[in-house]
Design a protein around this ligand. Structure first.
Ligand SMILES: Cc1cc2nc3c(=O)[nH]c(=O)nc-3n(C[C@H](O)[C@H](O)[C@H](O)COP(=O)(O)OP(=O)(O)OC[C@H]3O[C@@H](n4cnc5c(N)ncnc54)[C@H](O)[C@@H]3O)c2cc1C
Length: 224
């Protein structure tokens, strides 16, 4: 039987967010879901236009219960989803789980599925959230950058979705072989996957006028 742990500060599972397949891997607290959203640099937004499904990858960031993304004002994707119900999926792959059979092999991962209604973000919130996005990618950098020009703001559409329903699913740990396979003479274990920020490669086209800030240097080695 799946465990029924009350959700204290999160998203009590709804009909569509209750993790049914391997329910013990399902998580519903903000403290469990939000670190996954924040660790990932990108998500996939799924939506329907004229009855046809689409799924579009994009960079994202989060502030409170709202997840944001942005792009060109000319983007069909961004224009089409405003006001509509969408589903956002985020995942990070942490390992390839090599069991002693193909059937029992798996992956370690952290993932989140979020539902809500998409809205366009404008005005002060848009300006502030552009800084928040920069800060997610490179803490401290919004203070170093010039302000966005009005034309740049106009050319940018920002969208947000208040997270109304959410689930996370996490697999970590080792292999789950069938007992009959214990004697198979094949290596078994987990191939670890890491996504890290690895280097500050200077721009080769234009002269670099300053050294990277200490905050930028500190990013090197950061694991997602
Ligand atoms: C990197 C990665 C690799 C995966 N590889 C495989 C694979 O090869 N084969 C496979 O069958 N599954 C794989 N999964 C798991 C997959 O995402 C689904 O959980 C699984 O297929 C069950 O789907 P379902 O619709 O039957 O789940 P159900 O439990 O019926 O889904 C019900 C609800 O649970 C929630 N939920 C389900 N899955 C997730 C999730 N991953 N994250 C957050 N919420 C979730 C959603 O709200 C969903 O609407 C992988 C996941 C990740 C992140």
């Amino acid at each position: 039987m799946p465990r029924e742990i009350p959700v204290t500060d999160g998203f009590p599972p709804s009909e569509r967010t209750r993790v049914r397949r391997l329910p013990d891997r399902g998580l519903y607290e903000r403290a469990e879901i939000y670190p996954i959203i924040d660790a990932a640099l990108t998500c996939t937004v799924a939506y329907v236009i004229d009855g046809a499904p689409y799924a579009t990858p994009t960079a994202h960031w989060r502030d409170g219960d709202r997840i944001y993304w942005h792009g060109s004002a000319a983007s069909r994707f961004l224009r089409s989803v405003v006001g509509g119900e969408i589903c956002i999926s985020v995942h990070l792959a942490d390992g390839i789980v090599l069991a002693r059979s193909g059937f029992d092999s798996s992956m370690n991962y952290r993932s989140a599925t979020l539902f809500g209604v998409c809205e366009e973000i404008t005005g002060d919130e848009k300006v502030q959230q552009l800084d928040a996005f920069v800060e997610k990618l490179a803490p401290g950098r919004s203070k170093e950058l010039r302000r966005s020009h009005d034309q740049e703001l106009k050319a940018t559409t920002m969208l947000g979705m208040d997270i109304r329903e959410a689930s996370a699913k996490v697999r970590d740990g080792g292999i789950g072989d069938h007992p009959d396979d214990a004697q198979e003479r094949v290596w078994a274990g987990v191939v670890a996957i890491e996504t890290r920020l690895t280097a500050l490669n200077p721009d080769s086209d234009t002269p670099v006028l300053v050294d990277p800030s200490p905050e930028l240097r500190a990013l090197i080695g950061k694991k997602l």
